[in-house]
Design a protein around this ligand. Sequence first.
Ligand code: NI
Length: 194
Amino acid sequence: MGVAPFVFDVELPEGKLSSYDVHIVRRLSSMAGQYLDDEAYARMLEDDDRVLYEVFQMQRPEVPGELLTGISVLHPGKVGSEYFMTKGHFHAAMDAAEVYYCLQGQGMIVMETAEGKTAVEEMRPGRVLYVLPRWAHRSVNTGREEDLVTFFVCPANAGHDYGTIEQSGFRKIVIERNGEPAVVDNPRWGQGRL
Ligand code: NI
């Protein structure tokens, strides 16, 4: 963690960073119970515990005023008809907002509040999304072949609450229907994981 201003470069289309402090790799096995089609999930996992997405972060002190920056690289694919997605989270510090800037690929960011408001925004290169405080957020790659590469920045002390989403899922999911992405109600929302 540096004590001087710093820069980093993003190499596209891979989203590779010239430098980073933290590298998080999420594999299919980390998403147990999160996809609608359990059988398709089990079959895919048996075949290969593939990498679904990677996050590269610049670490900063987790104190007010500092910002967490990084890149998320979400690979294309589906479990059954449901597109690959990130785990999704609320911020542990609920008043922490976040900004996403899409650099590469096609996708959606699915959001909701604890009170049940939902929002889904399409992401494409050049688009910026401002996630309000108190909104959980998840990225979904709806592209056929390209990675979805997004730059993010949020307060360094935002923290992550993954557990709420792991238990309930999001109210909306993104599936492929007639060859196109469709946002639909999650029939398993709130039922708890397997
Ligand atoms: Ni976040």
